[in-house]
Design a protein around this ligand. Structure first.
Ligand code: F6P
Length: 542
C-alpha cells in the first residue's frame, strides 16, 4: 500500500487545500446558502450540521476518495467480522458484538451467545440489587455502589450515569488512589448498605487494587469479617483467574473478553454500574442506540456516513490545516463527562507515532482532545478560540428537547451554543468594528484603537451535533459515533487504534519507585527523580 501522503487523494487534497485555504466560510455561505442542507445528516436521533466547516463539495469528494483509497470499507467489515485487526496484541476488536443482535462466531467461539449469557447474569444481579432482594449482595438493602476502576473501567460508566436518570442505588466512582479520594467517599457511606464493584480488565492495575484493599478493609471493620466484606464485593474483569486469586467467588465475578478494549468496554460487564443505576431495560436501549449507529456506519454510503464524515473532517484539519487540537463543547449539563470519555477514547486510540507495521510516520495523528461544558467554557477559555493564536475546530453537542426543563433556560443554552458557532465562523472585521464604534459615537482615534482589539478573524470550523432528546438510545448512538470516528481515522493513518503501549513504561517505572518508597533498596534513576524520591521519603519519615 502507498504511504498516506503518496495516495492520489492526498496529493489532490494538498492541491485543493492550497487553492482554497484562504476562502472564508462567511463567503461560502453567501455564495451557497444551500450548503447547510447539503452538509447535514440525521441519523439515530442525532442531527449533524457540518456546514460550518472549511469545505466545499470537492473537499468532501476528495476526502471520501481518501477513505476509499485507504480501504476504510474493507477494514470496517474486517472489524465487525472479528478479524484480528489489533495486530500488536493479536486480538479481534469486537465491542460492536456487545450490542449486535446477529449471530457471530470467531475461531469456533460463539461470541454472540457468550455476550447474551453474561448480560443475562448482569441483569439478574442488578435487578435483584435494585429490588433489595436479601442476600444478593451481603445481608441488607444496597443503597450505595462504589465502582473502583480507572480509565476505561471508570470513564464510560461515569459518563453514562451522569447523563441518564439514576433510578437505582447511588453511585460513587473511585479511580484515583490518592487516599483523600478514598476517604471522601467512605466517610459518607454506611458499610452495610454499600456494594463494591472492582472493575479492571486486567485485574492487575495498581491504582484499582490499592483502592480495593483499603475499601475491603473498611468493609471488614464495619461488617465484622472478611467473608462478609467479600459478600458485598463483585469483580468485573477479562481476567477471572486474577479476581479468583484475590478471593472473588465465581458467582461474584462478571466477565468480558480480551477482544473488548478497555476504552470500548462500557457495553460489556464494565457497564454493571450503569445497569444498577438505570436498570437492565434502559441499558438495553443504550445498546439499541449504539447498534443503530453501527448499522448506519456499516451500510450508509461513505458520502453520507456520519462517523466517516466526522473522521474525514478531523483528518482535513489535522493533516492539511495542521490543527493540533480539537475541542468538544457539550451544551447540556448532563453531558459534562463526555469530554473526558472521548479524550481517552480518541487519545489513547490514535495517539500513535508508528504505523501498523512499526514504521515511523511522516504525518500527524490524533489531535489533543479537550473541552468541557460549553456554557462554562465561554466564560473561561473560549476567548482563546476567538482571538488567540491557536486555530481549533470544535464539536458543539446540544440536546434539542428536554422534557420537564424550564423553556427559558433551554433558550439561553441553545442561543449561546448557536451564537458561539456563528461567531467562530463569521468573525468580525476591523472595518465593521470600526464602523460600529463610530456609530456609537466614539472618536476616530479611539475607534481605530479599539477596532484592532475587537476584531475576530473567524473562519473557525465547527460541527453541531443536536440530539433530538437525551435518552439511552441517543446517548448510545452518540458514543458509537465517536468510536467509529476514531476507528476511521486510525485506518486512514494506518495505525493500530486498539493498543496503548505508551502507558506501559510509566506503569513499569512506578512499580520500582513504589518499592523504593516502601523501603526497598534504591535503583538507578536520573538525578532529578532520585532527588524527588528522597524529598518525598523525608516527608514520609520526618
Ligand atoms: O491507562 C492504561 C489502561 O490500560 C487503559 O487502557 C485502561 O482503560 C486502564 O488502564 C484500566 O485498565 P484495567 O481495566 O485493566 O484496570
Amino acid at each position: 500500500m502507498k504511504t498516506l501522503d503518496k495516495t492520489d487523494a492526498w496529493v489532490s487534497l494538498q492541491a485543493h487545500f492550497n487553492e482554497t485555504h484562504a476562502t472564508h466560510m462567511r463567503d461560502l455561505f453567501v455564495t451557497d446558502p444551500g450548503r447547510s442542507k447539503r452538509f447535514s445528516l440525521d441519523v439515530a436521533g442525532i442531527f449533524c450540521d457540518y456546514s460550518k466547516n472549511r469545505i466545499n463539495d470537492t473537499t468532501r469528494e476528495l476526502l471520501v476518495q481518501l477513505a476509499r483509497e485507504r480501504g476504510v470499507e474493507a477494514r470496517r467489515d474486517a472489524m465487525f467480522s472479528g478479524a484480528p485487526i489489533n495486530r500488536t496484541e493479536g486480538r479481534s476488536v469486537l465491542h460492536t458484538a456487545l450490542r449486535s443482535k446477529e449471530a457471530l462466531s470467531v475461531m469456533g467461539v460463539d461470541v454472540a451467545a457468550a455476550v447474551v449469557r453474561e448480560k443475562n447474569r448482569m441483569a439478574a444481579f442488578s435487578e435483584a440489587v435494585r429490588n433489595g432482594v436479601p442476600g444478593v449482595a451481603g445481608k441488607g438493602m444496597i443503597r450505595d455502589v462504589i465502582n473502583i476502576g480507572i480509565g476505561g473501567s471508570d470513564l464510560g460508566p461515569k459518563m453514562v450515569t451522569q447523563a441518564l436518570p439514576v433510578t437505582g442505588p447511588r453511585l460513587h466512582f473511585l479511580s484515583n488512589p490518592d487516599s483523600n479520594a478514598v476517604h471522601r467517599i467512605l466517610e459518607k457511606l454506611c458499610a452495610e448498605e454499600t456494594l463494591v464493584i472492582v472493575s479492571s480488565k486486567t485485574f492487575t492495575t495498581q491504582e484499582s487494587l490499592t483502592n480495593f484493599h483499603t475499601v475491603k478493609q473498611w468493609l471488614s471493620e464495619f461488617l465484622g469479617s472478611e467473608r462478609d466484606a467479600m459478600a458485598q464485593c463483585v469483580a468485573v474483569t477479562a481476567n477471572p483467574a486474577a479476581a479468583a486469586a484475590l478471593g472473588f467467588a465465581e458467582e461474584r465475578t462478571f466477565v468480558f473478553w480480551n477482544w473488548v478494549g478497555g476504552r470500548y468496554s462500557l457495553w460489556s460487564a464494565i457497564g454493571l454500574p450503569i445497569m444498577l443505576a438505570i436498570g437492565a431495560d434502559q441499558f438495553e436501549l443504550l445498546l439499541d442506540g449504539a447498534r443503530a449507529m453501527d448499522q448506519h456506519f456499516r451500510h450508509a454510503a461513505l458520502e453520507e456516513n456520519m462517523p466517516v464524515l466526522l473522521a474525514l473532517l478531523g483528518i482535513w484539519y489535522r493533516n492539511f490545516h495542521h490543527a493540533p487540537s480539537h475541542m468538544i463543547a457539550p451544551y447540556d449539563a448532563r453531558l459534562g463527562e463526555v469530554v473526558p470519555y472521548v479524550q481517552q477514547l480518541d487519545m489513547e486510540s490514535n495517539g500513535k507515532r508508528v504505523d501498523i507495521r512499526g514504521n515511523e510516520l511522516g504525518y500527524g495523528t490524533g489531535p489533543l482532545i479537550w473541552g468541557g461544558l460549553g456554557i462554562n467554557g465561554q466564560h473561561a477559555y473560549f476567548q482563546l478560540l476567538h482571538q488567540g493564536t491557536h486555530w481549533i475546530p470544535v464539536d458543539f453537542i446540544g440536546v434539542m428537547h428536554s422534557p420537564g426543563s424550564i423553556t427559558e433556560h433551554q433558550w439561553v443554552v441553545h442561543a449561546n451554543m448557536l451564537a458561539q458557532a456563528e461567531a467562530l465562523m463569521l468573525g468580525r472585521s476591523t472595518a465593521q468594528t470600526y464602523r460600529e464604534l463610530r456609530t456609537a459615537g466614539l472618536s476616530l482615534e479611539r475607534s481605530e484603537y479599539l477596532a484592532r482589539h475587537r476584531t475576530f478573524p473567524g473562519n473557525i470550523p465547527s460541527t453541531t451535533l443536536l440530539l433530538d432528546t437525551l435518552t439511552p438510545r441517543t446517548l448510545g448512538a452518540l458514543i458509537a459515533l465517536y468510536e467509529h470516528k476514531v476507528f476511521v481515522q486510525g485506518v486512514i493513518w494506518d495505525i493500530n487504534s486498539f493498543d496503548q503501549c505508551g502507558v506501559e513504561l510509566g506503569k513499569q517505572l512506578s512499580t520500582d519507585i513504589f518499592a523504593e518508597l516502601a523501603g526497598a533498596a534504591p535503583v538507578v534513576h536520573d538525578a532529578s527523580t532520585t532527588a524527588l524520591i528522597a524529598r518525598i521519603k523525608r516527608f514520609d519519615n520526618p
